[in-house]
Ligand binder design. Structure first.
Ligand SMILES: [Zn+2]
Length: 274
């Protein structure tokens, strides 16, 4: 899933690899996927995209934008994996969209559970997209303690740490993946209620959020997610599906997993008391 570290990493990789390339041909899905979302009918993508040249890219929140000339943009979201292949490689058996460039290289978009692949001309009025595009990223200096305090103070007293950080798009691109190490580094349980978090713990959470996301981004995303070249990111997750039941690096207790708020949460019951 694309979250802040991955959208930044992939936009950098797509920018370095695709800028200047011209689209030669576009192939639509090898088989229908109920939860692959498109802008209009993807049958029209070939006409819309062929001949377009990639100008720049941008990663924000859980989105990666590939801006082309003629005001055309390809946006992928959250659960879409976009992978680059050279002209000597074979395309994958299944994909939702294949974009071939004039030099024979191509990018294949695949969707596992759900994901968007939106190609369009002009403005894209999806509210999640606009919210993400216009928000301040935790990677930016403007996302300071005052800005975070405002987000914190606007959540209800009963909100849990997971609800506060990873729901309602308060911080676009901070989802149920990056959440766990942020909370681990701040010694906060995902179910811990906001009303029990004092000012010094809140400050610790702010610093953990900034430092953890920066580290994940600088290392090319998390080791649970693949980048534009099909490689896992260089950031070793402390808490994830890769480490469940492993000993906690702080105390040695087993890392715990449970279902909570529409997704699994991982934590150390000792280091992150409720
Ligand atoms: Zn521990």
């Amino acid at each position: 899933m694309l979250e802040i570290p991955e959208s930044k990493t992939i936009s950098k990789q797509t920018g370095n690899t695709l800028t200047g390339k011209k689209i030669a041909e576009v192939f639509t899905a090898t088989q229908k996927h109920k939860f692959a979302f498109f802008h209009g009918d993807p049958a029209g993508y070939d006409k819309l995209l062929t001949g377009r040249q990639v100008k720049s890219t941008k990663g924000h929140g859980m989105f990666v934008d590939i801006y082309c000339d003629e005001d055309v943009c390809i946006t992928i979201s959250e659960g879409t994996n976009m992978r680059y292949y050279t002209s000597s490689e074979q395309p994958p058996e299944k994909y939702q969209l294949l974009i071939v460039f004039e030099d024979g290289s191509f990018a294949a978009c695949t969707v596992a559970m759900y994901g968007g692949i939106w190609a369009k001309k002009g403005m894209f009025d999806n509210p999640y997209y606009q919210g993400s595009l216009n928000s301040i990223s935790p990677l930016d200096d403007e996302f300071d303690e005052l800005y975070f305090d405002n987000i914190f103070n606007n959540a209800t007293e009963n909100a849990s740490m997971k609800a506060l950080l990873a729901t309602k798009q308060r911080i676009p691109g901070l989802g149920n993946g990056v959440l766990h190490d942020i909370l681990f580094n701040a010694h906060l349980h995902p179910k811990r209620k906001k009303s029990t978090v004092n000012d010094s713990r809140k400050a610790e959470l702010f610093h953990s959020l900034k430092i953890t996301l920066r580290k994940m981004t600088d290392l090319g995303g998390r080791d649970t997610e693949r980048d534009f070249f099909g490689n896992f990111g260089g950031y070793e997750t402390i808490l994830s599906k890769n480490t469940v039941k492993n000993p906690c690096p702080n105390c040695g207790d087993a890392i715990f997993k449970e279902a909570y708020l529409g997704g699994a949460v991982y934590y150390c019951p000792d280091c992150q008391p409720l």
